[in-house]
Design a protein around this ligand. Structure first.
Ligand SMILES: Nc1ncnc2c1ncn2[C@@H]1O[C@H](COP(=O)(O)OP(=O)(O)OP(=O)(O)O)[C@@H](O)[C@H]1O
Length: 307
């Protein structure tokens, strides 16, 4: 797998305040990589160092094996959307894209602008002043601006913050489309854990200047998560008997009776041994529903751990 981003032993201190204390991680080509952490964790600082806007105290932060501080060629392979969309309110959507296209020296300007206005569903608003746009429309145009020059990697700092749920979904769909159809690598900083769980292949969770978790969302949920399993029984009179069977299983905790059966917490992820034991004891199971912990549950647990 090709490394697009390589961060190694990165440290940054502001006025005796150590914000990043030696973090190491890679982002691979084609990934949507979620960069998570509470306010002040150092996400923007890391991104600014990667983008060559800030110098680290030590360690390295490379994109395509180069420092963006010094490599102009590599910078052309990178798209960025930070907190503001980088748009001019007094220009129309078209004029904004034209301005940046000229700045980037894009050759097929008209085709590219038409394509991006279509991609972001803003064609009908191309001659409207951006100052009159909604926050969601501005964010979509901001993404179009960031990818005008067809970058291979796109850095997004909280792209859906301050957007309503519908606009969040539009932006999320754009990101998934960029990653899938356009094979773009996406480095995404976000506080929206539900969104990250939906679209990111891997995540890093930053806390107290260190990476507390670095894995695929799937593995985090499997390895750090306990599983809640709800059993519905054909005959609720069997709950008492089921209770004494499952309570003896070491993996099981938090037995609680429900109207039609019971629910348990499993420290492993497989419910099969429990189901087998119940079946062989003659307990008639109608339905088994497993609920794995969400990324949000795991994130909150990590935040509660000592730094
Ligand atoms: N130029 C600077 N000078 C001094 N301190 C700074 C500077 N830039 C960032 N900091 C401090 O570094 C810490 C990390 O800030 P950063 O913006 O990287 O966090 P973040 O994880 O992006 O937070 P948020 O989720 O709120 O955007 C904060 O305590 C911030 O005050």
């Amino acid at each position: 797998m090709e490394n697009v981003v390589s961060v190694t032993s990165l440290k940054k201190t502001f006025d005796n305040n150590t914000v990043i204390s030696g973090i190491t991680f890679d982002v691979f080509r084609g990934e949507i990589f979620g960069f998570l952490g509470p306010n002040g964790a150092g996400k923007t600082t890391t991104m600014r160092i990667l983008l060559g806007l800030l110098r680290p105290d030590s360690g390295s932060a490379l994109v395509f094996s180069q420092s963006l501080e010094t490599s102009d060629n590599t910078r052309a392979r990178v798209g960025v959307l930070l907190e503001n969309n980088g748009l001019f309110d007094k220009l129309t959507a078209y004029e904004n894209l034209k301005y940046y296209a000229d700045l980037y020296g894009i050759l097929d300007v008209e085709e590219r602008i038409t394509e991006l206005l279509e991609f972001t569903d803003l064609t009908a608003r191309k001659d409207t002043l951006v100052g009159t746009f909604s926050t969601g429309m501005k964010r979509k145009l901001g993404i179009a601006r960031a990818i005008l020059h067809r970058p291979e990697v796109l850095f997004l700092d909280e792209p859906t913050s301050a957007l309503d749920p519908e606009a969040q979904k539009m932006v999320r769909d754009l990101i998934v489309h960029l990653s899938g159809d356009e094979s773009m690598t996406v480095f995404l900083s976000s506080h929206n854990l539900d969104e990250v769980q939906k679209i990111c292949s891997r995540v890093a969770i930053l806390h107290g200047g260190r990476i507390k978790a670095l894995d695929s969302v799937e593995n985090l949920r499997k390895n750090r998560g306990v599983t809640n399993v709800k059993f519905t029984l054909s005959d609720s009179a069997q709950v008492c008997e089921a209770s004494s069977i499952v309570s003896a299983i070491p993996d099981v905790s938090d037995f609680s009776e429900t109207e039609t059966g019971f629910s348990i917490t499993l420290s492993g992820s497989s419910a099969s041994p429990v189901i087998s034991l119940l079946c062989s004891a003659g307990i008639n199971i109608e339905e088994v529903v497993k609920n794995r912990r969400s990324l949000e549950d795991i994130y909150i647990e990590i935040m509660r751990e000592e730094v």
